[in-house]
Design a protein around this ligand. Sequence first.
Ligand code: SAM
Length: 213
Amino acid sequence: MTFEEKRVELVKKLRGERRITSIEVEKAFLETPREMFVPESLKNYAYLDTPLEIGDGQTISAPHMVAIMCEGLDIKKGQKILEIGAGSGYHVAVISKLVGKEGRVYSIERLSSLAKKAKKNLENVGITNVTIEIGDGSQGLQKHAPYDRIYVTCAAPKIPPPLIHQLKDKGKLMVPVGKMICNLELVEKTGEQIIKKDLGGCAFVPLIGKYGF
Ligand code: SAM
């Protein structure tokens, strides 16, 4: 099977499991070659629905988790998005397809070695609407705020307050909360009102930083 055929099969599986429910997310998955974001030695495993090692003790998230987060964030063309934890750059590559050419995605990664690799991976697949920054994303990224959507790809002890502040009115924020085994929380901000929804259990590496562990 070619990588493309494996990608189509994975998307079919995620559709069947109702992890992918929209045409937009389906299309974004089909347009993003996950094999380009994993180490050479793991390319043959790129279309297993599982996290994989990407170096520095970190992982690329499982495709079903990327799908759940993309669907829950309800991303629209042209939006400005912030990702905390670039890792391999795969998740942000999928998001870049959802916002389209008129949208912009910023991703902040604390490990410079991974940030460098993520930049290279994105370049290799021709993605130009993503900027990778190095720093402590538990504090958000004030210089480009406010954002339509913010999501965190590592587990936080609680929702970092700067992320709520850096969200636009009617914006959505998604954060795994807990230690290793955590709950995926979706926050919707309307004026001063904050509504939280629990999207269920998940497992993530820890968010390290001022508002992390
Ligand atoms: N989104 C990634 C992908 O598609 O490959 C997976 C990310 S991995 C599960 C979590 C990442 O969060 C790791 O790369 C880790 O270094 C990063 N991280 C942890 N704490 C962070 C922080 N305070 N700021 C930015 N990145 C952080």
